[in-house]
Write a protein that binds this ligand. Structure first.
Ligand code: ADP
Length: 353
């Protein structure tokens, strides 16, 4: 039988792993790891990094390590469900079903990982989301229908027809914004950005997000300052990260009085990059601050409508950041302003290894 190593520089412990086993593992629609008796990982499937299970060539989860030890000691296969953090910070987790099996006399353990829990979670989120959407779409659609009826009633009075037609135009624009945000959010809920993650430069993300907000800032006479934006690389999807920073800057503009300033800055510590968006706006009360990340939640629906808000902006931010293994924080004082922070793990780039 032919024997194969994962790559030419890699030591494969005392036992070598057969090429047919490696080919089988690569063909599976699941991630897999082989751990030797010393706890060293001697094989891992291609996309394993996204699951945050390995650190410095070893299993990072104590729970998983314990499972592997039991399998090695008893010689019997074991299954378990584990909640694994998506990143070093934040509360976003994924549920993994794990099967561990002893595959050699000298203690090699094969771990097969199934992301089934993630699929179930996505299904539950989707069902819940569809209920929310149907409710949110009903109001503007009813308003459109009422205005269309009104036009029919005043069809011989051109001035009134124009007034109702303008209302319909506004409502259609709103509906358009709403549908666009719904599509954005449902895409985020369905996909795992880490599957196709790339190295993304945060200073570029900030620049692009600010450029997109330039004209609304001009209209509202708001200056956007960038303060000490440092270079930093994270793993993820650039367009999603731009969308998240864009949403925070757009909110800072929308919920601030004319003539004030919005400041975007970064801070680095302990391998975390923090993107801070600070405004001198309305602020958010304590009772509302815990709710603003909920889908469709608006402190003042009338103001949100006037600025083209949909109540989805911050839930999009929360999703993007959670999917990237990070977290969002907010500090705010009524009448003083708010600071939102996106915190993301800095990528260990090839040059750092
Ligand atoms: P919207 O589309 O209504 O802006 P978001 O999800 O982006 O929805 O925000 C939810 C609510 O949180 C907003 O309606 C607003 O009441 C409040 N909010 C968000 N950002 C700010 C901010 N920078 N200052 C004050 N209030 C804010």
């Amino acid at each position: 039988m032919a024997w194969l190593k994962k790559n030419p520089d890699e030591q494969i412990s005392s036992n070598e792993i057969s090429s047919s086993l490696i080919l089988t593992l690569r063909a599976l629609d699941r991630e897999s790891i082989i751990v030797d008796a010393a706890g060293k990982i001697v094989f891992s499937s291609e996309k394993i990094d996204r699951l945050n299970l390995i650190k410095d060539g070893r299993l990072s989860s104590q729970e998983l390590l314990a499972l592997v030890r039991v399998v090695r000691r008893t010689g019997t296969s074991r299954e378990g469900t584990f909640e694994v953090a998506r990143g070093p910070i934040g509360e976003s987790k994924r549920e993994l079903q794990i099967t561990a099996t002893l595959i050699s006399d000298d203690g090699l353990v094969l771990v097969i990982i199934d992301d089934e829990g993630e699929k179930q979670r996505v299904d539950a989120v989707r069902r819940d989301f569809i209920t929310n959407i149907s409710h949110e779409l009903k109001t503007p659609i009813q308003a459109l229908s009422l205005n269309a009826d009104a036009i029919l009633e005043v069809k011989d009075e051109p001035d009134k027809v124009v007034t109702f037609a303008n209302k319909i135009k506004l409502q259609t624009n709103r509906l358009n914004d709403l549908v666009r945000e719904i599509i954005n959010l449902s895409k985020l809920q369905d996909s795992d950005p880490m599957e196709t993650a790339q190295e993304v430069e945060i200073s570029d993300v900030i620049k692009e997000a600010i450029d997109q907000c330039e004209s609304p800032a001009q209209v509202r006479k708001i200056t956007i300052n960038t303060d000490e934006v440092e270079e930093s690389i994270v793993f993820g999807k650039r367009e999603q990260l731009v969308m998240a920073v864009h949403n925070l800057v757009e909110n800072a503009i929308n919920y601030s009085p004319e003539g004030t300033a919005v400041t975007v800055s970064t801070k680095k510590n302990d391998n975390i990059i923090e993107i801070l968006v600070k405004d001198q706006g309305l602020g958010i009360s304590e009772e509302n601050i815990d709710r603003i990340f909920e889908r469709f939640y608006r402190v003042d629906p009338a103001r949100s409508r006037a600025t083209g808000g949909t109540g989805l902006g911050l839930s999009i931010v929360k999703h993007v950041v959670g999917n990237h293994g990070g977290e969002v924080k907010v500090w705010s004082a009524l009448g003083v302003g708010s600071t939102f922070a996106i915190r993301l793990p800095i990528a260990v780039t090839k040059g750092d290894k």
